[in-house]
Write a protein that binds this ligand. Structure first.
Ligand code: HEM
Length: 520
C-alpha cells in the first residue's frame, strides 16, 4: 500500500528511518556518542522553552481586523489625528490581540482575581501600532520606577515560593495609596471576568494624537465589547478553575471555532493638550479616569477577532507588544508610566525572545507599504537581511551611493505645547488619591459594595495588624462607609486610626488634607 505522508527528517533534511531506537552497540547498549540524530532531537527539546514573560505570562492570542469609522465625534477624524488607519470609513487593518492575566506563571489559573491584559497589534500600512492595555481603566502606580517593587509584592514569596501574597501586596499598597482606585476595581466584581470576551479594554495611559498641522490632543483609549461585561464571584471562579485552569483560553478559541467572533468598539476620550489646572487631578495620572460626562466616549472603529493561532508558541508566546510602537499621527504623552513602559517592553523582548524578535512573522510590520528597510544587521538568530538599497553592501546612512534614504519629513516637526522645568525627582502635585475610589464605591450597586468589602476583609485578615490599620485609615479617607465596614470586620474603628499621619511615600495635597481633617 502506498503511503503519501511526508517523510520524517531532522533539521538538516536527513530522512529518519528509525525514530524509536537510539544507535547502540548491540541491542542492550551502550549508546554511541556520535548519534547525531538522537543528540539533535534531545538537545532541541532541551531548549524548547524561552523565558516566560516577567508579567502577563499566561495568555492567549487571536487574530482579526479593525474597521475604521473615519470620524470622531461627528467630525472627520483627520481634524485630530493623521494616523492613516483611522482616516477612511470602512478601511480595514489586520490585528492581533493577546489577552492575559498578570501575576501568575505561564500555566497558572485564568480564573484568578487579577487585571487582564488587552494588548492589540495593528499591522498598518505605516508599520505596526501596539496598544498595550488592560481590562480595567486605571493602574496601581503612577511612576514607572515603582513597577519592579510592585510586581515583586505580587509574586510568590522569594524564600518559600508560597503563593500567600496578601500580606506582601497589602504591605506595598498600604504605603502606596495611589493604588486605592485600582484596588476598588480588582477586589470588586470586575476582578474576575467570566471570559476574555466579556470584558472591556483600556489603553490606561494617556497618549497623544497629532493632526497634519502638528496640533495635538491628549487621548485615552477604551475598547467596549459587543457582549455584556460579566464577572465571576470567587465561588463561581473556584468551580471553573476546578475544571480547567485555562478556562478563558478555551472559551476564546471555542467561540472563534464556532464562528461566534468577538467584537469590541474602539472609543476615545479627547482633551486639549495642556496640564488642565482647572481639574483637581492630573490628566497624565494613570490612577485616574476621565469623567465621561466631561470627556465623552467617541467611537472610532470596530475590531473583530476571527482566527486562532495555528501554533501557540509561534504566534502567542513569541508575540511582542510595546508602548513605543506607534505610527505617524499617534504619539506619547509625558505620563511617567508610559515613558518607563516604553523602555521596558523592547528591552525584555530582546532578552525573552532574542535581539531579532522583530523578524518573526507575528511581530514583523507585514503590512507596511514601504516595507521594512533598516541598516540593522546580524545578532543571534538573524533570519534574513531587512530591505536595503540597490547595493546591499551599503549598510550605513548617510551615503552618496546606493543606500537607504531618510523618509520625507512631516510638514510640522514641532508639535504640542512648549514645556520647561527644572530637573528634579518629585511626584505630581495633584495626587488626589482618595476621591475617585470613594466615588466609585458610592456609585456601585449594593452587591458590588458587598463583594468589595468581603474581598478586602478576606485579604486583610491575612495581614499584619499595622497593615490592617493603615489600610482601614486609607479606606476611611476614601469613603466613611467603606472604612467603617472593613474596619468593623477587622475590629478597627476610626478612633483607632485617627492618630496616623500620612505615609512618607505617599502624595499629599489639599484634596487629601481635607479628607484627613474630616476623618471619623
Ligand atoms: C507585559 C512592563 C505597566 C499592560 C509587560 C512586560 C513587561 C511590562 C516587562 C512583559 C513583556 C514581554 O515579555 O513581552 C511594564 C512596566 C510597567 C507596566 C515597566 C509600568 C511602568 C503596564 C500597564 C499596563 C500594562 C499600566 C496596562 C495598561 C501589559 C500587558 C502586557 C504587559 C497587556 C502583556 C503583553 C502581551 O500580551 O504580550 N509589561 N508594564 N503594563 N503589560 Fe506591562
Amino acid at each position: 500500500m502506498s503511503d503519501d505522508r511526508r517523510v520524517l527528517t531532522n533539521r538538516q533534511g536527513h530522512p529518519i528511518a528509525d525514530n524509536q531506537n537510539q544507535r547502540t552497540v548491540g541491542s542492550r547498549g551502550p549508546a554511541t556518542l556520535e548519534n547525531y540524530q538522537f543528540l539533535e532531537k534531545i538537545s532541541h527539546f532541551d531548549r524548547e522553552r524561552v523565558p516566560e514573560r516577567v508579567v502577563h505570562a499566561r495568555g492567549a492570542t487571536a487574530f482579526g481586523e479593525f474597521e475604521a469609522y473615519g470620524t470622531v465625534g461627528g467630525e472627520p477624524i483627520s481634524k485630530h489625528t493623521r494616523a492613516k488607519l483611522f482616516q477612511e470609513k470602512g478601511k480595514k487593518t489586520e490585528v492581533a490581540l493577546r489577552f492575559s492575566t498578570v501575576a501568575g506563571g505561564r500555566d497558572s489559573s485564568e480564573a484568578i482575581r487579577d487585571p487582564r491584559g488587552f494588548a492589540v497589534k495593528f499591522y498598518t500600512e505605516d508599520g505596526n501600532w501596539d496598544l498595550v492595555g488592560n481590562n480595567l481603566g486605571v493602574f496601581f502606580i503612577r511612576d514607572a520606577i515603582k513597577f519592579p517593587d510592585f510586581i515583586h509584592s505580587q509574586k510568590p514569596d522569594p524564600v518559600t515560593f508560597e503563593r500567600q501574597v496578601a500580606n506582601r501586596v497589602f504591605d506595598f499598597w498600604s504605603q502606596s495609596p495611589e493604588a486605592l482606585h485600582m484596588i476598588t476595581l480588582v477586589l470588586g466584581p470586575r476582578g474576575i471576568p467570566t471570559s476574555y470576551r466579556h470584558m472591556q479594554g483600556f489603553g490606561v495611559n494617556t497618549y497623544k494624537w497629532v493632526n497634519a498641522a502638528g496640533e495635538t490632543k491628549l487621548v485615552k483609549y477604551h475598547w467596549l465589547p459587543r457582549l455584556p461585561v460579566q464577572s465571576w464571584t470567587e465561588a463561581d471562579a473556584a468551580v471553573a478553575q476546578g475544571q480547567e485552569l485555562g478556562v478563558h483560553t478555551r472559551d476564546l478559541y471555542a467561540a472563534i471555532a464556532r464562528g461566534d467572533f468577538p467584537q469590541w468598539e474602539l472609543n476615545v476620550q479627547l482633551m486639549d493638550d495642556h496640564d488642565h489646572p482647572e481639574l483637581d487631578w492630573d490628566p497624565l495620572d494613570d490612577t485616574k479616569t476621565w469623567p465621561e460626562n466631561d470627556f465623552p466616549l467617541l467611537p472610532v472603529g470596530l475590531m473583530t477577532l476571527n482566527r486562532a493561532p495555528e501554533n501557540f508558541f509561534v504566534e502567542s508566546e513569541q508575540i511582542a507588544f510595546g508602548t513605543g510602537v506607534l505610527v505617524d499621527g499617534l504619539d506619547f504623552s509625558d505620563d511617567k508610566m508610559l515613558v518607563g513602559r516604553t523602555f521596558s517592553y523592547s528591552d525584555t523582548q530582546r532578552h525573552r525572545v532574542g535581539p531579532n524578535y522583530l523578524q518573526l512573522p507575528v511581530n514583523s510590520a507585514r503590512a507596511a507599504a514601504h516595507g521594512v528597510n533598516t541598516n540593522q544587521r546580524d545578532g543571534a538568530m538573524a533570519y534574513g537581511v531587512d530591505g536595503h538599497g540597490a547595493d546591499p553592501s551599503i549598510n550605513y546612512e548617510p551615503s552618496l551611493r546606493a543606500g537607504l534614504r531618510e523618509a520625507d519629513k512631516p510638514a510640522h516637526q514641532a508639535q504640542g505645547p512648549v514645556i520647561s522645568g527644572q530637573l528634579t525627582r518629585e511626584r505630581i502635585e495633584r495626587t488626589n488619591d482618595y476621591q475617585q475610589p470613594g466615588e466609585r464605591y458610592l456609585l456601585s450597586e449594593q452587591w458590588e459594595k458587598d463583594e468589595l468589602v468581603a474581598n478586602l476583609v478576606g485579604n486583610l485578615k491575612q495581614c499584619d495588624r499595622a497593615i490592617q490599620e493603615r489600610m482601614v485609615w486609607h479606606l476611611f479617607l476614601a469613603e466613611d462607609e467603606l472604612g467603617q465596614r472593613v474596619g468593623d470586620a477587622l475590629g478597627i474603628s476610626a478612633g483607632d486610626v485617627k492618630h496616623l499621619q500620612p505615609v512618607p511615600t505617599q502624595g499629599w495635597g489639599p484634596a487629601e488634607q481635607s479628607r484627613l481633617d474630616n476623618l471619623g
